[in-house]
Ligand binder design. Structure first.
Ligand code: HOZ
Length: 427
């Protein structure tokens, strides 16, 4: 495929936007080609500036579980916009979405809306620190929780794609309070906690890591963290920005039956509009300002357009059989991709939970970030470019997850498998 218009736009963008993009992975740097500029979308497809169509498995990095431009979501946004784009004052829609979130997550009794996943995790950590009076936090190598200073340490995809584990610009004094452990290694966590007794405010994790590809928790890992946090008075923050309403209506916590003290949400709850949220039990959440002393605020928090898109989206997800259909589509794709790799004689490791998946170019299994780094990223780059050329849009980094939507048709899936067979054979 030719990308003349996209290439022209990219040159123009680089003049006025750092690297030509407003979020680094979008620059396609690690896959060895220029980014495509998107003009429009519908259902399972996006269309670039050269009017070429692609079956889309990025889905705005997760939110578009209904596919693009679902008529009910579009209508909800249009109708909200006609009443006003932003007030900086409370609206009923905030209560409606908060109720839906609380119903879906029994450990969320109160929820605060923010404008991005980064704000959600940053604020949840501040709350955990405020509630415990402790400064240190523990995160996992390869887990990404947005780009707040204390969380941009060994942060997976965005940073890993560019080979910078921890960003310059993070004060050493801030980074020193961020401890890192190996994902899926409970013994490692226990020894770090023992070494920092009564000093750790929270443990934060992606319950299925989606910023080092797609790494499910091994048996007992989540429950082990839960027990450890309870015993040590540590706040367990489950970052479900990616997995919430994605791998089940109640997210990974429903799927694995383990509950955090605080939960971060984003992506799907905004139906594609900028949103984030964090919530938990009343005792913790009531320590937030104005009830309590932990400050957190935002002009666009609870924005009526985002609330409306989120409400419309969640209503559709509640329909009978929704997640079963996502599972079936994803399982079909997984089986086809595995078969294509075997037929081509290429060693791959496909990992998937519900509608979230990743193909690594190594034997696997991939249980942590070091395992993910064994994937042949050059091979991934060639695979990515061939798929794009065949009209399939994958995330432009080995360390990101792919996302299925309800709009992907059987024909889309078959076309994707065919494209993969071609790409893998040519590797
Ligand atoms: N690494 C981010 C998603 N996991 C990238 C988001 C974006 O570029 O929009």
């Amino acid at each position: 495929m030719k990308h003349e218009q996209s290439n022209t736009y990219f040159s123009q963008a680089k003049q006025v936007i750092p690297g030509g993009v407003n979020s680094p992975v979008r620059a396609f740097t690690s896959v060895g080609c220029n980014p495509i500029f998107i003009e429009k979308s519908a259902g399972s497809r996006i269309y670039d500036a050269d009017n070429q169509s692609y079956i889309d498995y990025v889905g705005s990095w997760g939110p578009m579980i209904l596919g693009h431009c679902h008529p009910k979501v579009v209508e909800a946004i249009q109708s909200a916009a006609s009443n006003g784009a932003s007030f900086g004052a409370p609206t009923y829609k905030e209560i409606e979405l908060a109720n839906m979130v609380c119903e879906a997550y029994p450990n969320i009794e109160k929820v605060r809306m923010v404008s991005s996943g980064t704000e959600a995790t940053m604020s949840a950590i501040r709350l955990a620190r405020g509630c415990t009076g402790r400064d240190k936090i523990l995160k996992f190598n390869g887990c990404y929780h947005g780009h707040a200073d204390s969380l941009l340490v060994k942060a997976g995809s965005g940073a890993a794609t560019f080979g910078v584990p921890t960003s310059p610009g993070i004060p050493a004094d801030v980074a020193k309070d961020t401890l890192t452990a190996t994902y899926n290694d409970l013994a490692d966590v226990k020894s770090i906690v023992a070494l920092n007794k009564n000093e750790i405010a929270c443990i934060i994790l992606e319950p299925i890591a989606g910023n080092m590809g797609c790494v499910p928790p091994v048996e007992g890992f989540l429950q082990g963290l839960r027990d450890l946090c309870t015993a040590e008075g540590i706040v367990l923050i489950v970052d479900e920005v990616m997995t919430g309403f994605r791998v089940a209506y109640g997210g990974a916590q429903e799927r694995f039956n383990v509950r955090g003290d605080l939960v971060c949400l984003g992506k799907i709850i905004g139906g594609g509009l900028p949103v984030g949220a964090f919530g938990g039990k009343k005792e913790l959440m009531d320590q937030l300002s104005p009830e309590g002393g932990v400050y957190q605020a935002g002009t666009l928090s609870g924005n009526p357009l985002a609330m409306s898109a989120g409400i419309a989206t969640l209503k559709l997800l509640k329909e009978e059989g929704f997640y079963q259909q996502i599972e079936e589509k994803s399982a079909f794709l997984e089986a086809g991709l595995r078969q294509a790799a075997t037929a081509a004689g290429v060693t791959t490791c496909l990992q998937r939970v519900g509608g979230m998946f990743c193909t690594y170019f190594c034997a696997g299994p991939v249980n942590n970030f070091d395992d993910a780094l064994t994937s042949d990223t050059e091979a991934f780059g060639r695979y990515f470019r061939s798929m794009l050329d065949s009209g399939v849009n994958l995330a432009p980094s080995q360390f990101e997850a792919g996302f299925m939507s309800i709009a992907h048709s059987q024909e889309d899936l078959e076309q994707t498998i065919e494209a993969a067979a071609k790409a893998l054979t040519a590797l």
